[in-house]
Design a protein around this ligand. Structure first.
Ligand code: SAH
Length: 228
C-alpha cells in the first residue's frame, strides 16, 4: 500500500539526520574552542549530555553552555569539560578522583578514558541522580559518594589524577597530598565567586608545578555536607 499523505515513513530518517547534525555541531563547537585531543573528542561523542540534563533545559543539552541542575548547581559548559579533561590527560590505567559530581557528566566523560572514576558531591540528591544515569548508560567503572570533597578520599588515595569542578581559594592541601608523584590535578582557583583561573598542578619528585590555563566560572567549593 502506498503511503498516504500523512505517512510518517520518513520520520526516523529525519530524526537520525537531526541527531547527526546536532552531534556534528556539538563536536564543531568543542574543536573551535580548543578541544583538539582526539581521545577526548571521541569520549565526548560517546557520552550523551542529554542524559544528564533534566526538565526545562533538556532541549539545550547540546549547546555549548552551562545549564542549571538540582540543588542550585550547574552542569559545566561542554567545551570547559573538554578543556579540563584534555589538561588532566587521564590514561587508560588511571584512577581518577573527581570533586563535584553535579550531574555526573564530567565523571561519565572521564570514565571512558580511564580505569576507574571515584566522584564525590556534598549533595545526596545529586549523587543519587547521577548514579541512576550511570547505571542507565551502562557506565560501570564510576563510584559516586556523598562526602565533603575538600578532604578528598584518604582511604582510596593516592590518585593518578584529580579533577576539581568547584572553585577553591587555593588548591586544597588534602587533595595535593592525595596525588601520586607524576600525577595531575586540574582545579579552578580564585578569591572571587565570579571568575577564577583554571590551574593544572603536577606533582613532581620534589614538589608541585603550577600552570595557569584560562579564566573560568565555577560554583564555589563549599564546606560540609548539603541539606539535600
Ligand atoms: N562536574 C559537574 C559539575 C559540578 S558543579 C558536572 O559534570 O555536572 C559543582 C559541584 O560541586 C556541585 O554539584 C556542588 O554540590 C559540588 N561541591 C561543592 N562543594 C563541594 C564539596 N566541598 N565537596 C563535594 N562537592 C562539592
Amino acid at each position: 500500500m502506498a503511503p498516504g499523505p500523512d505517512s510518517d515513513h520518513d520520520a526516523p530518517d529525519g530524526d537520525a539526520g537531526d541527531q547527526a547534525e546536532r552531534q556534528m555541531r556539538f563536536l564543531f563547537a568543542l574543536r573551535s574552542r580548543g578541544v583538539t585531543d582526539p581521545r577526548v573528542l571521541a569520549a565526548m561523542e560517546r557520552i550523551d549530555r542529554g542524559a544528564f540534563v533534566r526538565g526545562h533545559f533538556e532541549d539545550r543539552a547540546y549547546e555549548d553552555t552551562p545549564l542549571p541542575i538540582a540543588c542550585g548547581q550547574t552542569i559545566s559548559q561542554p567545551s570547559v569539560v573538554g578543556l579540563m579533561t584534555q589538561a588532566l590527560n587521564p590514561g587508560p590505567r588511571d584512577t581518577v578522583l573527581e570533586i563535584g559530581t553535579g550531574s555526573g557528566y564530567q565523571a561519565a566523560v572521564l570514565s571512558v578514558l580511564c580505569r576507574r572514576v571515584l566522584t564525590v558531591d556534598r549533595h545526596r540528591r545529586l549523587v543519587a541522580e547521577a548514579e541512576a544515569v550511570f547505571r542507565a548508560q551502562g557506565l560501570t567503572n564510576i563510584t559516586a559518594r556523598v562526602a565533603d570533597g575538600s578532604f578528598g578520599l584518604p582511604e582510596q588515595a593516592p590518585f593518578d589524577r584529580i579533577m576539581v569542578t568547584a572553585a577553591a581559594e587555593d588548591p586544597p592541601g588534602p587533595l595535593l597530598s592525595q596525588l601520586k608523584v607524576g600525577g595531575i590535578m586540574v582545579v579552578p582557583v580564585g578569591q572571587s565567586d565570579a571568575v577564577q583561573t583554571l590551574i593544572r598542578v603536577t606533582r613532581t619528585e620534589t614538589g608541585f608545578a603550577y600552570d595557569e590555563m584560562r579564566q573560568v566560572r565555577f560554583v564555589p567549593l563549599v564546606e560540609g555536607l548539603g541539606q539535600t
